[in-house]
Write a protein that binds this ligand. Structure first.
Ligand code: NAD
Length: 291
């Protein structure tokens, strides 16, 4: 792999790109935010002034963008990756987007001999910095094998789960499980409070039992200390749950509990709390119960 392009240097992309530079990859980077590009330049990457410049130079291109429309614009848009990439280029989209969009983008790419892998991640900014993300990949196995070593510089695991789109289906499963866990935790803890039982004692009593979970251990200490700073913003989780609902409706697979938690998140958005961490779901329950 002679040159790697990296497009999208936000909360997640910036530390992921830095880890590739640290691992010795010859990186060329671009973002619409000049300051982010400059920071990567100072970290040792080659900087580009456009997507076209990245696409012309790189054999493998990583994208880490907010949602489906951004990835479509960057890969398929005028002056984008596909217009400028060499035949044989592998695009590794690590954004969390709709699996349907991944399949649509991949189909356009294949017409020009470019292979798309969808490779979203879980673990948030701390694991992006540590290079210990969980990476879930969909797409062609031969292309996956070519980029697997690079992915393992950003994550502690990279699992090929199936064909194109299956990485993002896996990410939607992850986001459903996390959202419903936080809602269940919130419902239970407000019930305890209303019964005069200290939620911290409830947490300590149950965390070693069947209700214990990574989500409980990550979110309960935040809730107990009144920390609602992201972390993972409610607005991004709404994006993921909307993608989950669209995907579920497309294949006639009802996801009623996801729809319920989506409405709780929408209510928090209406209340102006969309920039809070998703642990702020407990605020909704407190309001319902008059806590
Ligand atoms: P972010 O908003 O911080 O970063 C996105 C970056 O993309 C920004 O720097 C933005 O300037 C850039 N960008 C947007 N349009 C562009 C364009 N046309 N050309 C070039 N650059 C462009 O978002 P983030 O938190 O880094 O998340 C990125 C993705 O990873 C999202 O899909 C998110 O859901 C997912 N994710 C985030 C977390 C988290 O904890 N933040 C965890 C796991 C997965």
């Amino acid at each position: 792999m002679s040159k790697v392009g990296f497009i999208g240097l936000g909360i997640m992309g910036k530390p992921m790109a830095k880890n590739l530079v640290k691992a010795g990859y010859d990186l060329i980077v671009y973002d619409i935010v000049d300051a982010a590009v400059k920071e990567l330049g100072e970290a040792g990457a080659q900087t580009a002034a456009s997507i076209a410049e990245v696409a012309q130079a790189a054999d493998v291109i990583v994208t880490m963008l907010p949602n489906s429309p951004h990835v479509k614009e960057v890969v398929l848009g005028a002056g984008g990756v596909l217009e400028n990439a060499k035949e044989g280029t592998i695009v590794v989209d690590m954004s969390s987007i709709s699996p349907i969009a991944s399949q649509e983008i991949a189909a356009e790419c294949s017409k020009k001999g470019v292979t798309l892998l969808d490779a979203p991640v879980s673990g948030g900014e701390p694991k992006a910095i540590d290079g210990t993300l969980a990476i879930m990949v969909g797409g062609d196995e031969a292309a996956f094998k070519k980029v697997e070593e690079m992915l393992l510089k950003m994550g502690s695991s990279a699992v090929l789960v199936g064909g194109i789109g299956s990485g993002n289906v896996t990410k939607l499963a992850n986001q459903i499980i996390v959202a419903l866990n936080i809602a269940a935790m919130s419902e239970a803890m407000v019930l305890a409070t209303k019964n005069g039982v200290d939620p911290e004692k409830v947490y300590n009593a149950i965390r070693g039992g069947l209700a214990g979970s990574t989500v409980l251990d990550a979110k309960m200490p935040m809730v107990l200390s009144g920390n609602f700073n992201p972390g993972f913003r409610i607005e991004l989780h709404i994006k993921d749950l909307q993608n989950a609902l669209d995907c579920a409706h497309a294949v006639n697979s009802p996801i009623p509990l996801t729809a319920e938690v989506m409405e709780i998140m929408q209510a928090l958005k209406v209340a102006g709390m969309e920039k809070n961490d998703h642990d702020a779901i407990i605020r909704h329950y407190e309001k319902l119960a008059g806590v």
